[in-house]
Design a protein around this ligand. Sequence first.
Ligand code: FAQ
Length: 310
Amino acid sequence: MSELERHFEATIAADHRIEPRDWVPEGYRKTMVRQIAQHAHSEIIGMQPEGNWITRAPSLRRKAILLAKVQDEAGHGLYLYSAAETLGADRGELTEMLISGRQKYSSIFNYPTLTFADVGVIGWLVDGAAICNQVPLCRSSYGPYARAMIRICKEESFHQRQGYELLLTLMRGTQAQRDMVQDAVNRWWWPSLMMFGPPDDASPNTAQSMAWKIKRHTNDELRQRFVDMSVPQAEKLGVTLPDPLLKWNAERNHYDFGPIDWDELKRVISGDGPCNKERIANRRRAHEDGEWVREAALAHAAKRADGNRA
Ligand code: FAQ
């Protein structure tokens, strides 16, 4: 083992952070770029389902909150692309990989937002699942990613509360509003459980990512934590989670839950979810429409560099 490899292994074993200056094995770099890029793409594509409701928010207050939330997602995406750049990735290339379907983003953002209650349920369940998954990533072994997670989790936590508060308000409203919330919960519950990824025995990356301390828990551990956390919140809200097998198991000290449709996850990840084509087409159009801005920024930077040389 070389001196560099020894240093890498010792840093991981001591639970210290790997920094951009450190040598890393190629597999570690690839895994980190893959995860960070997928995460960044998810934040950027994740602006679309809720962005769909900005112009139709029911009040100025709800519009202002939603605008702020969607802007936060953009910030998270840019922050994460910067973290990927510290590993030598090129932001332009990552965007190309996204819009050509060569890199993934979270399955959850391929579902449609049919009513304003979906905005509340995304905040409650989708941001709730994101927090559950990302709080342990604050201790991920790659320093720039772990530090990005601290700020992102703080903002996600605000997002989750706004969603839950929106739902509490709707549940205090008319029967039609309560039905709208229940319908949104019925549609988003199972896709939220799928956000945690395939089950552990079908997750090719978990073992190595745990050994490198990139991931701190397995997909199934985090999914269980999310179910346990969500059941009392659903009770307080007065909605039913759409799973007849959901039941407290005193022996395991956890809720049991019904089987997840893994074929649906596979379909959605491989491009065949309800909104995949629309999401990518929108992202591609935005990228192409922004071409002149990138050109102008490059021309401006070149002029400034020339000016500095003169
Ligand atoms: N969707 O071996 P594993 C947000 C892929 S939150 C799509 O288990 P790994 C906030 C996986 O990449 C959402 N693909 O993989 C927000 C791998 O692909 P590859 C984003 C999935 O990496 C809220 C293959 O399947 N959060 O954006 C999914 O060990 C509201 C095999 O899977 C993150 O990205 C899926 N659900 O574990 C924004 C968190 N699951 O490349 C707007 C960071 C798995 O090998 C509004 N990421 N795949 O072919 C992670 O924690 C991990 O990457 C996992 C997957 C847990 C997602």
